[in-house]
Design a protein around this ligand. Structure first.
Ligand SMILES: *Cc1c(COP(=O)(O)O)cnc(C)c1O
Length: 404
């Protein structure tokens, strides 16, 4: 948000640079005092003025100056500017977590009596937020099939104000046609919000495909190393600067400067990590398809994926998440997970370390067995969020689970 560059040397024109260059360079501002090469970590709650007049001016232009770190901090604004450039958005506001970003977007845009159309296959806490929390404030939500564009049209009501989805979905990697759904959202006059957590701008740029707002849980791939929590909202200035910023300034779901600094370091390797982790995931998915104990493998990069063509159009690679069903059900899934030594047994994802989980008994354990079955989360399903280990080592770690 801060537009004042502290260094006198002109910056390159980032609009002409490729994503790899933007990821390591955009948003950096050096202090005139020290000209530090790497981004400084500004751990300060407030900022000083030279005079009472300067303070008066600062408060009159709170969006551009530095006053108080609930709403502006130089380290946080470097992260915001870099992520906005990566997503091709006009502005970005960072938040304390991914859920804070979703809550902030809803609070900045919706009011009592409004209606949301949301994909059924979104992060569990997102469904809780829309139904249990926003529901108490008179906002209603209809859930539809992510990949059925017609269902989005059918769900529209006169009071529909927002469309919300994640693509690819977790854990079955279903794909939403962002371009097709954006046309329906536009006609309905609804704000089209895409959670780009699984692909990141390295693999998918929803704003170019017609989304109005991109949401991030920066906790996942933007950090990429499993250290800190954070979130972000990217979009047009008319939404992010005019509606989101005043909400964050007043309500305070602010990202800490320390976490922003960690994300700046994470973004520098984002492109390399996403390419390598996607390629590891595809190699592992192809190997899994050949194992006799495996019924079906889900990864957008596989030719057998029902939306492989759409994924290829919309994404630069298939992403690092894959899942598969074992013929032997829960018993076989537990056996496979328990015999691994390299993979971490945890429900988290977006790390350089590969994680393995049994969705039916962990991430989806609060969903009723009938609803789980309808959603395809069967007892034999295993999800792997593939990291940066050598793929042969990962294959060898899983191999024992398929031995008779
Ligand atoms: C983890 C996650 C969130 C929530 O993010 P937090 O940083 O944990 O609050 C939202 N959306 C998706 C897709 C996620 O994976």
């Amino acid at each position: 948000m801060a537009s004042k560059s502290l260094s006198k040397r002109p910056s390159p024109d980032f609009s002409k640079l490729a994503l790899e260059s933007i990821a390591v360079r955009a948003g950096t501002k050096r202090s005139q005092e020290y000209q530090e090469h790497s981004e400084a970590l500004y751990l300060t709650s407030s900022f000083c003025f030279d005079s009472a007049e300067e303070a008066e001016k600062g408060f009159a232009n709170a969006e551009t100056g530095f006053i108080y770190s609930r709403f502006t901090n130089p380290t946080v604004s470097m992260f915001q500017d870099r992520l906005a450039a990566l997503e091709g958005g006009e502005a970005c506001i960072a938040t304390a977590s991914g859920m804070a970003a979703i809550m902030t977007t809803a609070m900045a845009h919706l009011k009592a009596g409004d209606h949301v159309v949301c994909s059924r296959s979104v992060f569990g806490a997102t469904i809780q937020l829309f139904t249990s929390i926003l529901g108490r404030f008179g906002i209603t939500t209809s859930y539809v099939d992510l990949s059925d564009s017609k269902a989005w049209q059918t769900a529209v009501q006169p009071n529909t104000r927002m469309f919300y989805l994640e693509t690819p979905s977790n854990p079955l990697t279903e794909i939403a046609d962002i371009k097709a759904i954006s046309k329906i959202a536009k006609k309905a006059n609804a704000l089209f919000v895409v959670d780009n957590c699984f692909c990141t701008p390295a693999l998918q740029r929803p704003l170019e495909l017609g989304a109005d707002v991109v949401i991030h849980s920066a906790t996942k791939y933007l950090d990429g190393q499993g250290r800190v929590l954070g979130g972000a909202i990217v979009g047009k200035k008319s939404f992010v600067t005019d509606k989101v910023f005043p909400f964050v300034r007043t309500a305070g779901p602010t990202l800490s400067a320390f976490n922003a600094w960690v994300f700046l370091k994470g973004l520098e390797t984002l492109d390399l990590r996403m390419k390598q982790q996607s390629s590891n995931a595809l190699a592992l998915a192809q190997w899994l398809e050949k194992q006799t104990g495996v019924e079906r493998v889900y990864h957008p990069g596989l030719k057998s994926h029902p939306q492989h063509a759409l994924a290829k159009r919309q994404q630069k690679a298939g992403g690092a998440i894959l899942s598969f069903t074992l013929k032997g059900g829960k018993k076989a899934a537990f056996k496979l997970i328990d015999q691994t030594r390299l993979c971490s047994i945890t429900a988290n994802l977006g790390d350089t370390r590969t994680t393995i989980t049994h969705p039916a008994s962990t991430t989806h354990c609060r969903v009723s067995p009938e609803a789980r079955k309808a959603a395809g989360i069967t007892d034999g399903l295993v999800r792997i969020a593939v990291g940066l280990e050598n793929v042969e080592d990962l294959i060898n770690d899983l191999r024992g689970g398929f031995k008779k």
